[in-house]
Design a protein. Structure first.
Length: 224
């Protein structure tokens, strides 16, 4: 048997119905806003903006730190390279020093693990290195010695090449890109019969840009 209150909508029902109507009205307003024709000047401005972003992306560059290990040229993204410092004393770590892990060094007051990048990547390094390259975060920092530092170079993103499978496998998957960079190669200065002299000649060399995180992981595996 129904009571007089049974036909009276509850407060919850009234609120739900009101919310549904409000939502429907909002959706209609949004559809009308989206379907309205754009003024010509706004359409032209939006087209130019999209074109500008495309051009900017195609012409973007990145900075890389180029260094040499033996006869090979490598690079890291400049943002991944914390600092470059002259080599300092490396102290052995008991039960941790091995072919890849050289030990620890005091670099600007911070004890930093030092790895042999040549041994890690399977590249023959020179017997004497000039600088440490320090990379990684404060909690995962590594240093490795490079035979020489060429410095920071800017390269166009469009010039980056995907490394072939053979290169990726050869250096344990650490190769991110290849890029061709000019390098000045010193040559012997000779007097010719015509009296001309030659001092240097430009050359083109491929540089392997390394994944800093994969390189750090490769170093870390040697600790276990």
């Amino acid at each position: 048997m129904s009571t007089p209150n049974d036909n009276i909508p509850s407060e919850t029902t009234i609120a739900t119905t009101s919310l549904a109507r409000s939502t429907d009205a909002s959706l209609e307003r949004m559809r009308a806003l989206q379907n309205r024709p754009l003024p010509t000047e706004q359409l032209v401005a939006n087209t130019e903006l999209v074109a500008l972003r495309t051009v900017s992306r195609e012409g973007s560059t990145r900075s890389i730190l180029v260094f040499r290990v033996g006869a090979e040229r490598f690079a890291l993204d400049a943002l991944a390279a914390h600092r470059v410092v002259p080599v300092s004393v490396v102290r052995r770590v008991p039960h941790r020093t091995n072919n890849v892990i050289a030990g620890v060094a005091n670099i600007h007051g911070e004890l930093t693990l030092v790895a042999r990048i040549g041994a890690a990547l399977g590249v023959a390094a020179d017997s004497a290195q000039s600088h440490f390259v320090v990379m990684g975060t404060a909690t995962d920092r590594w240093a490795f010695a490079a035979d020489s530092i060429e410095g920071v170079r800017r390269v166009d993103e469009s010039a980056l090449l995907a490394p072939p499978t053979t290169v990726r496998h050869a250096i344990d998957g650490c190769a991110a890109h290849l890029v061709e960079l000019d390098v000045e190669v010193n040559v012997e200065v000779n007097e010719t019969s015509s009296g001309t002299r030659s001092a240097s000649a430009p050359s083109h060399n491929l540089v392997t840009i390394l994944h800093s995180t994969k390189l750090a992981a490769l170093f870390a595996r040697s600790l276990t």
